[in-house]
Write a protein that binds this ligand. Structure first.
Ligand SMILES: *Cc1c(COP(=O)(O)O)cnc(C)c1O
Length: 852
């Protein structure tokens, strides 16, 4: 799994190695989690991690001191997800002590690789959004920026995926089973979190939220080291605990154990899992509780830090708050940070509405991650008012004032126009405005009210800056999704194209290719300044570089082939073209387009003569990704991929010409193994539907060519690497609505090759599993009445043509090597260092503060 540590790195000094050996031994002896005297790999991993943590803590304390002393403006990144993956090799690499540890472990009888493989992935996230948050932390630390992250410490991260004849199964993941050596519980950092209850009005008109349920948010901090800098920042994860007074000792002594410990069980639920099912009202309440706990604890902590750093004795000047604090809400999940800050300022600190609102709107910022209307978060008013009655009052007041400002701004609009605008933009959806009532509208056409809190609208209204995550996505946000808001506040809207950390995704994951890059560029400065990668362009035709480049790629392909043999039991030829699509399984990402293409290829191969077959480029097509537990259509796609694999991989006539592999349990570690070995990767979403994508960046950075649509960051990647180094196909985002309309009107005639591929599945060539619902979704008669909504049939023909160009290009290995080099050379822009610099300068207004 773990890449071999690059042999050409300078060896460590013997004294250094000795010190590490004794430090590891010390931890094994004095913090023994396993049976004493046994130094098995797991125990060795824990002792090693703790020893590395010692080094981190030293730097971490220095960073804290420096921040407390200088009191700079600080940015806080709040996210429901952090997809951290493993920490050991990343920490060693960032601290630049990998070799000392590799040699020390040798003396203790272990390979560093074996020890690193003991670490479970910290998978507190689903996919791209969570991994983005983790890449951002790495860049924040590396750029010496005063910042930190806030998240939840889920007991069980994203489920573990297993595959059998019936398809995907989900098993609970248990990353904390062996303890988590990278975290520190901060016993002194605990905040009360209230739920339910009611609002009381005091004599002075002051409103107070009383009663209900209380839990404690307990801080667990994870150190995030920067690369070759002392700056080490924190990811603070909250876990729910119970106030001591909730333990009912009397009941317990009476033998009423369940009753006595009820509060424990309730609190435990909050951080039990990431994204609990929200099909029931109980499920919705739990999810909202999670969001509120994350926001309330984080905002209380931010306010506390602000107050702590004021000079003692002097009155607090709240207008300074936005000069010291910037909050970033990663998608709408942390929206409650805005009304929670309002509540603290109004109810606890006694500020007036205008002053409090002025502070909030200068402090919070919102990153949008989706333009799919069904994915914009909404909460039923009934659930919301039950759990957070005071926040609903605050939101209703924000809504009321917002409507008033709309009326003010649109004095010349007709009554109908105004009513329409208000009903679309206001925060409380399904609630009639006075204008609508005047026009004689009835609630929801007389149906029971479906009143909701629209979190995205609240975000846009409260945020100082709203950003999209790739240029095309930000344009859609401005011109479509939030166009009315954009017309009101054009200055609020920005683009911040995503990025990935070049440390984890190139330097550490692909040490061989990194060594080649550093050699040809004459230094490894590219690791912190990826614009330097463009320097590779001038060697793109150098045969010597080609040789080294291809040999580094080949080494990574061999590692992946070994992994596939070990874990999946399929033998693949490392000389074949490695074609990879790894990402969450979703209809819009169109794994179905990929597999139907594979099915067509297989059918063609079968029909060929041996002479024709001898000219074919052998391919291994790899898929990986998890389908959300309740997303049946996505699970059917997984099933189809694995069924196709079973047939194709065992077809003697086809041999090595085509293999189809499903990489089970896709996570950060699997990505780190697969991406360095990739030659072609598929980013083939329906145009306009993928906000950015970040795995496309990881692949391009590793010299992998992309076959893709003009969607998300693909557009910018193609510009950077050059269109001749990108396999483009498919209709554009502008053409999508037209194509859907044609489809609805029955004007679209599918390509015969598409019909052939679908018919082949229908013929039970891949088993007798019921694929009808999947095939139906591609035709006119899907359950949603939106046949082939994702336009798989529409893009199939151009997709096959692009694949043909891939095969042709691969036949010319020099040409392919050149394209691969150009891909890495052009990918420097997609470093999260660039993205974070832009957030720091254009949104947060924070400056580096380097710890000396
Ligand atoms: C990068 C990454 C993602 C995002 O992939 P996309 O293809 O951009 O959706 C998801 N999961 C993991 C584990 C990743 O590393």
């Amino acid at each position: 799994m773990t890449p071999a540590i690059a042999a050409d790195e300078a060896g460590a000094k013997p004294q250094e190695v000795e010190a590490v050996v004794s430090n590891i031994k010390n931890h094994a002896e004095f913090t023994p989690y396993s049976a004493p005297l046994k130094f098995e790999p797991k125990a060795a991993y824990t002792a090693t991690a703790e020893s590395v943590r010692d080094s981190l803590i030293r730097q971490w304390n220095l960073t804290h001191q420096e921040l407390a002393r200088k009191d700079p403006k600080q940015a806080y990144y709040i996210s429901m997800e952090f997809l951290q993956g493993r920490a050991l090799l990343n920490a060693l690499g960032n601290l630049d002590i990998t070799n000392a540890y590799a040699q020390a472990l040798k003396q203790l009888g272990y390979d560093l690789e074996t020890i690193a493989d003991q670490e479970p992935d910290a998978a507190l996230g689903n996919g791209g959004l969570g991994r983005l948050a983790s890449c951002f932390l790495d860049s924040l630390a590396t750029l010496n920026l005063p910042a930190g992250g806030y998240g939840l410490r889920y007991k069980h991260g994203l489920f573990r995926q297993s595959i059998d004849k019936a398809g995907q199964h989900e098993e609970p993941e248990n990353w904390l089973e062996m303890g988590h050596p990278w975290e520190v519980q901060r016993h002194g950092i605990v905040y009360p979190i209230q739920f339910f209850g009611e609002v009381q009005v005091g004599e002075n008109g002051k409103r107070r939220w009383v009663g209900g349920e209380k839990v404690l948010a307990q801080a667990y901090d994870v150190p995030i080291p920067g690369y070759k800098t002392k700056n080490t920042i924190s990811l603070r994860l909250w876990s729910a605990a119970v106030p001591a007074e909730y333990f009912q000792l009397e009941k317990f002594n009476n033998g009423e154990y369940e009753e006595a410990t009820k509060a424990w069980a309730t609190a435990e639920q909050i951080c039990a899992v990431l994204y609990p099912g929200d099909g029931t009202e109980a499920g919705k309440l739990l999810r909202l509780k999670q969001q509120y706990m994350l926001c309330s604890a984080s905002v209380q902590d931010i306010v506390e830090t602000f107050l702590d750093r004021r000079p003692e004795g002097s009155p607090v000047n709240w207008s300074e708050f936005p000069e010291k604090v910037a909050i970033q809400m990663n998608d709408t999940h942390p929206t409650l940070a805005a009304p929670e800050l309002m509540r603290l300022l109004l109810d606890r600190e006694g500020l007036g509405w205008d002053e409090a609102w002025g502070i909030v709107t200068k402090t919070v910022n919102y990153t949008n991650h989706t333009v799919l209307p069904e994915a914009l978060e909404k909460w039923p008013l009934a659930v919301f008012s039950k759990l957070l009655p005071r926040h609903l009052e605050i939101i209703a007041e924000i809504d009321k004032r917002f409507i008033a400002s709309l009326r003010e701004q649109h004095k010349s609009a007709s009554k109908e126009e105004l009513a329409d605008l208000i009903s679309r933009l206001r925060i409380l959806g399904g609630v009639l405005s006075d204008d609508e009532k005047e026009l004689g509208a009835t609630q929801n056409g007389g149906e029971p009210p479906k009143q909701v809190v629209r979190m995205a609208n609240l975000c846009v209204i409260a945020a100082q800056v709203v950003n999209g995550v790739a240029q095309i996505h930000s344009d859609i946000v401005k011109n479509e999704t939030f166009n009315d808001f954009y017309k009101m506040w054009p200055h609020k809207f920005q683009n911040k194209t995503n990025g990935v950390t070049p440390r984890r995704w190139l330097k550490f994951a692909n040490p061989k290719l990194s060594a080649v890059i550093s050699k040809w560029l004459g230094s490894d400065e590219w690791v912190t300044d990826t614009t330097k990668l463009t320097g590779l362009r001038k060697f793109a035709d150098d045969k010597k570089l080609h040789e080294e480049w291809v040999s580094a790629k080949k080494a990574a392909k061999e590692v992946l082939a070994g992994y596939i043999k070990d874990k999946i039991g399929v033998t693949v030829n490392p000389s074949a073209l490695f074609d990879i699509q790894i990402k969450r399984i979703h209809e819009y990402k169109r794994q179905l387009l990929n597999i139907l293409g594979v099915i067509y290829r297989y059918k063609q191969l079968k029909a060929m003569s041996p002479e024709e077959r001898a000219k074919v480029v052998p391919r291994v097509v790899m898929f990986g990704g998890k389908a959300f537990a309740t997303y049946t259509q996505a699970k059917r796609i997984v099933k189809l991929v694995t069924d196709v694999g079973s047939v194709v991989n065992n077809d003697a006539k086809i041999g090595d010409l085509l293999k189809v592999v499903f990489l089970t349990n896709y996570n950060v570690t699997v990505a780190e193994t697969a991406i360095p070995a990739s030659e072609l990767s598929q980013h083939i979403s329906t145009a306009g539907m993928e906000a950015s994508g970040t795995s496309n960046m990881k692949f391009a950075l590793n010299g992998c060519l992309i076959i893709g649509t003009l969607d998300g960051a693909n557009v910018e990647i193609r510009e950077q690497v050059g269109e001749e180094n990108f396999f483009l196909f498919g209709i554009t985002a502008d053409e999508v609505p037209i194509a859907r309309k044609e489809r609805e009107e029955g004007k679209f005639l599918p390509d015969p090759r598409f019909v052939e591929a679908c018919d082949f599945v229908r013929s039970k060539a891949f088993g007798d599993y019921d694929y009808q619902p999947l095939l139906d979704s591609l035709e006119g008669n899907s359950g949603f009445g939106r046949g082939d909504y994702f336009l798989v049939g529409r893009d199939f023909a151009t997709y096959l043509e692009a694949q043909k160009k891939v095969d042709e290009a691969y036949l010319d290995q020099d040409r392919w090597a050149r394209m691969s080099i150009m891909s890495t050379a052009g990918s420097g822009v997609f470093s999260s260092d660039r993205t974070i610099k832009q957030y720091a300068e254009e949104i947060w207004n924070i400056k580096p503060l380097k710890v000396e």
